[in-house]
Design a protein around this ligand. Structure first.
Ligand code: DOR
Ligand code: ZN
Length: 346
């Protein structure tokens, strides 16, 4: 049995760091294990321009505790008013690694997102020209569509038409949750990839709703039925380069999760690597963990893998704090509900 595993230092290609006191509180949780992260732009107000991204990157760097290294890779929040020249300049200077598409109303702080996809045509054409990837929150917002079907319907109604109309556009399907998402990701060439979260490898919809409602398991896209979770586990552990880790670790203070109308998001920064090592061991795929967490995403974003390493060791059941204390309030750490025997060394 493998007891020690040393891999290239991992990257998190989908992370919510927030701002202010919350940023200060959660940043060390990611920086402890991850060298880089693609930082989501859904602040209030959102990170829309190159200048916004530069200022946010400075705030992240300033919040990093002394002695910790972390490279925040910035994203812009795509709106119907995004200026293609500003976006191209932010990309050319190396400031911005990707652009995020939120359908308006799909999730937390998405009100400034896109309503009419025709209005972003010129921006998408420019992104295809310059090779700037589009990260997509893939859910329709049509209230007539059942929430469990919103990803599959988005692929047919929005994503596939966009990709057909914009040849060469590099796309990441963010946090896929369905058999359909896995299949569509596989239908593309090396211009198409998909991130998978830690929590969607663990949760199905029963975990959220059976035996009591579990607000800390509520996220978007919402976890689906078991067949979908199993398809995600097969995809993540397949070794296919199109699938890589984006945790979507999304901190909300407990008061806003444990509420009559609770916020969406699972906070997994603290224990993602330990949980993933357990998942990959359970799937007899420990040799593929490094690809998923440390190689495939960097290759898609045309960056070298990290020089450093991370060592995981197998031992007694792992423990972590139930919640972390931030200046904004307590944030509950994701409870996978399984025994995790993996630890991050050091
Ligand atoms: O669960 C989620 N939380 N999904 C998202 O798409 C956004 C995120 C957040 O920002 O809280
Ligand atoms: Zn997210």
């Amino acid at each position: 049995m493998i007891r020690t595993l040393t891999i290239r230092r991992p990257d998190d290609w989908h992370l919510h760091l927030r701002d202010g006191a919350m940023l200060q509180g959660v940043l060390p949780e990611s920086a402890r294990h991850f060298a880089r992260a693609l930082v989501m732009p859904n602040l209030v107000p959102p990170v829309v321009t190159g200048a916004d991204a530069a200022a946010y990157r400075d705030r992240i760097r300033a919040a990093l505790p002394p002695g910790m290294a972390f490279d925040p890779r910035m994203t812009l929040y795509l709106t119907e008013a995004t200026d293609p020249d500003d976006l191209a300049a932010a990309h050319a200077s190396g400031l911005v690694t990707a652009v995020k598409l939120y359908p308006a109303g799909a999730t937390t702080n998405s009100q400034s997102g896109v309503r009419d996809f025709d209005r972003i045509r010129p921006v998408l054409d420019r992104m295809a020209d310059i090779g700037l990837p589009l990260c997509v929150h893939g859910e329709v917002t049509d209230p007539a569509i059942d929430i469990f079907d919103r990803e599959a319907v988005f692929i047919d109604r929005v994503l596939d038409p966009i990709r057909r109309a914009t040849p060469g556009l590099r796309v990441v399907m963010e946090h896929i949750t369905t058999v359909e998402g896995v299949a569509y990701a596989r239908s593309g060439g090396d211009d198409l990839a998909a991130t998978i979260t830690t929590h969607h490898l663990i949760l199905n919809r029963n975990h959220i709703l059976s035996g009591g409602i579990r607000p800390h398991y509520y996220c978007l896209p919402v976890a689906k039925r078991e067949t979908h979770r199993l398809a995600l586990r097969r995809a993540a552990t397949s070794g296919e380069a199109r699938f890589f880790l984006g945790t979507d670790s999304a901190p909300h203070v407990d008061a806003l999760k444990e509420a009559a109308c609770g916020c969406a998001g699972c906070f997994t920064a603290t224990n993602t690597m330990q949980i993933l090592a357990q998942v990959f061991e359970d799937e007899s795929a420990l040799d593929r963990l490094e690809g998923f967490t440390s190689l495939h995403g960097a290759a898609f974003y045309r960056l070298p893998p990290n020089a450093g390493t991370l060592t995981l060791t197998r031992g007694e059941p792992a423990r972590w704090p139930e919640r972390i204390v931030t200046g904004a309030g307590p944030v509950t750490v994701f409870d996978p509900g399984i025994t995790v025997n993996w630890h991050v060394a050091g």
